[in-house]
Ligand binder design. Structure first.
Ligand code: TYD
Ligand code: MG
Length: 454
């Protein structure tokens, strides 16, 4: 039987089995209060007669001041944060092990420390010496970041209480443990409890807390998923291990737009921000080849060009392969089906491989037409012109649907030297920035018009 720890210290959140005048966890006097369960679970007897405090109500019109933000000076990071770091907020940074989360956060910590914030970096995975070694490699040893190597959350909270930093980085939430929870570190109950303690502590004391969370390959066990709902902002650090590009993507943000991305490059001296991602994602592109199509996409608030590559080959298997990197597998199946039924292009007996170059992950339906173009181009062994971009959504009927922000897409394409674009027909005319438009109504017209002549 677990002890009934229903007395909580209001200063450090430590749980006790009985009331006492002084909390023996943090030493505060008169801070222990009985925490009665408010739930009406099967065993509880309802809320009882004790009255709560009347809430102070407000209306929808009263303007609250904007939360103060601190800029790191790294544009790619600030944009993903929604315009800087918000005081008293909780952030989660998830990603595969080894992708570069610790590197990113140590660099961010150093940047914020240089702007005058008091920054504490707590590593539960590495010793202080290991973190110092990384700091030397990143040439950050001069930054006034304070460092600790610890996994006991009770000790960490006590330290935070005493030090009162502006920003604390917890690397990682999976290594933290609370002595009041009877479960192994890394288990769902420990991770959830630790994240809850840190988040509520951050809100109460006005500290910004950043927690690192490892994503397991299946994205399941005690991964960052279990704490996503508790924090204000969820960022994911993505990328292919073999590539040097890394993308920081906001998945949820209570203080800014979601789906904003920041692009970085992993170098020998840490992460470097990439100011012109389109140029980077297209930099490995060679001469026009069958199966290669440039998509003019939008990521968050800005346009981004990237290359879709497709390979179609006769399959030796009874069940042909469909392999996708950087795009949704279900959506590929849909496009293959539409190509077959609406444009008369069957892919039966053919293996299909689809890849977004550079390790970018595209989620926009606007990429449908680029995917279809890459597939047809690979199948027919016919390359599209090198200076052509493609975008548009495909409906199940085979019709092409216009997409948002056409003008921005065309402007970016023009900036990077593209001279023509294949797009759906739009009702409204917009400036095309000098790009010649080939507007199509449906897939049959697209197949005929672009590949038919060959
Ligand atoms: P790390 O930040 O430790 O990853 P995570 O915290 O997400 O597990 O970084 C892991 C990789 O990054 C490691 O394989 C080495 C590489 N790296 C560089 O290429 N350059 C650098 O300057 C640093 C610090 C790391
Ligand atoms: Mg790490």
């Amino acid at each position: 039987m677990a002890k009934d720890l229903s007395f909580i210290c209001t200063a450090c959140n430590a749980a006790h089995s009985k009331w006492s005048g002084r909390c023996d966890a943090c030493g505060a006097w008169n801070s222990i209060e009985e925490a009665k369960p408010l739930s009406t679970g099967p065993k509880a007897k309802g809320l009882g007669v004790k009255r709560g405090r009347a809430l102070e109500l407000t209306d929808l019109a009263t303007e609250q001041p904007e939360p103060p933000r601190t800029h790191s000076g790294v544009a790619e990071l600030d944009r993903v944060l929604g315009g800087g770091l918000v005081k008293a907020s909780a952030l989660l940074v998830g990603g595969d092990p080894g992708i570069g989360k610790s590197t990113l956060l140590l660099q961010a910590a150093a940047r914020f420390a240089r702007t005058g914030l008091k920054v504490l970096y707590v590593s539960g995975e590495e010793s202080a010496a290991q973190v110092q070694m990384r700091a030397r490699r990143l040439e950050l040893t001069e930054s006034p970041v304070q460092l600790a190597s610890e996994t006991s959350l009770r000790d960490i909270l006590t330290t935070l209480e005493a030090e009162a930093p502006d920003l604390v980085i917890i690397d990682s939430i999976q290594t933290m443990w609370l002595d009041s929870v009877e479960a192994a570190p890394g288990s769902v109950s420990q991770v959830r409890a630790a994240a809850h303690e840190l988040t509520s502590f951050a809100k109460r004391r006005g500290i910004a807390v950043v927690m690192v969370g490892h994503v397991t390959k299946d994205g399941q066990i005690a991964g960052p998923r279990v704490v996503e709902h508790m924090v204000d902002t969820v960022l994911y650090f993505e990328g292919e291990r073999g590539h040097q590009f890394r993308i920081l993507r906001s998945h949820k943000n209570r203080f800014g737009p979601a789906d904003e991305i920041g692009v970085f490059e992993m170098s020998g001296k840490g992460l470097i921000e990439v100011r012109n991602p389109s140029a980077l994602f297209l930099s490995e592109r060679g001469d026009p080849a069958p199966g290669s199509v440039v998509f003019a996409g939008i990521e968050g608030s800005r346009p981004m060009l990237c290359e879709f590559q497709a390979l179609v080959a006769p399959s030796p298997h009874s069940q042909p392969r469909r392999t996708v990197v950087g795009w949704d597998g279900g959506r590929l199946a849909m496009i293959l089906a539409v190509l077959e039924s609406r444009a008369g292009l069957p892919f039966t007996g053919l293996d299909v491989y689809l890849n977004v170059a550079g390790g970018l992950r595209v989620g926009e339906p606007a990429a449908d037409l680029a995917v279809a173009a890459a597939l047809i181009s690979a199948k027919e062994d016919a390359a599209l012109p090198a200076d052509c971009v493609v975008f548009g959504e495909i409906s199940l009927s085979g019709a092409l649907r216009p997409v948002a922000q056409t003008e921005n897409r065309l402007k970016e394409a023009s900036k990077l030297g593209f001279r023509s674009a294949i797009t759906p027909v739009r009702a409204k005319r917009v400036g095309s920035g000098g790009v010649a438009l080939r507007e199509m109504r449906g897939l049959p017209e697209f197949v005929e018009g672009v590949f038919g002549a060959r």
